[in-house]
Ligand binder design. Sequence first.
Ligand code: IPE
Ligand code: IPE
Ligand code: MG
Length: 257
Amino acid sequence: MSPAHLHPCPASAVPHHIAIVMDGNGRWAQKRLLPRLAGHKKGVDALRLCVSQCAERGVRILTVFAFSSENWKRPQDEVRGLMGLMATALNREAAALQKNGVRLHCIGQREQLDAKIQHSLMQAEALTAQNDRLILNVCFNYGGRWDIAQAAEQLRLQGTPITEASLNRHMALHHVPDPDLLIRTGGEMRLSNFLLWQAAYAELYFSPTLWPDYDGSDLDAAIAAYSQRQRRYGKTAEQVVHGSPATPVPGGDSELP
Ligand code: IPE
Ligand code: IPE
Ligand code: MG
């Protein structure tokens, strides 16, 4: 018999939950001597395409990083442009999301956003609240460290002991299971403060494609790579392949499988 490590044993060929750091908009524009905002605009088109392609492939949850809590440090006109784009995209795309059975959740610190954007966020979420074909989490003004800190603060205020399980229930993505596959486009190999808690056992995939150019063939390549991975969660390859029992972890309240 062949050794177990030659037999990848994915839970499923198609990831249930994909998370994407949509990076490379600025470089896409600069290569064409266009203003960076032109890249961000193209990035919205790429996201629209990606949402429908994920739904077609049977992905049930898509979580994207659209604006990080550190992106406020960019030049004022770029930040203003990104805020305007978010407002326009929400107003323009809400009906299409609704038509396509996509449920939208906006994840991040909303209080710091313009009142108009906050209103559009709530409207789009309410409009799509009954949909279940695909859940789309748009992380906007989101940071992984903020997420962990806000969950801990909620527990402190309630007087609830801080454990992995209680923190998990208060994280911003508590309504969905952890991502199976985390993709970053644009060639950088870092998380940039995205899903620090939730990505503990995500399969990582880095693509050189700049986000505005991202299409179905890039998505298929990432899914194909994912389907070849063996997810071990700390066990041995043999345990995974043969389903042999795991030794209980001492005192563990871990939410991990
Ligand atoms: C990602 O593209 C979008 C945001 C961070 C808002 P970038 O704007 O970071 O593009 P590059 O990395 O400069 O090419
Ligand atoms: C991460 O990209 C944030 C988003 C894609 C929204 P950045 O371009 O901000 O990341 P760094 O600064 O290169 O790490
Ligand atoms: Mg970038």
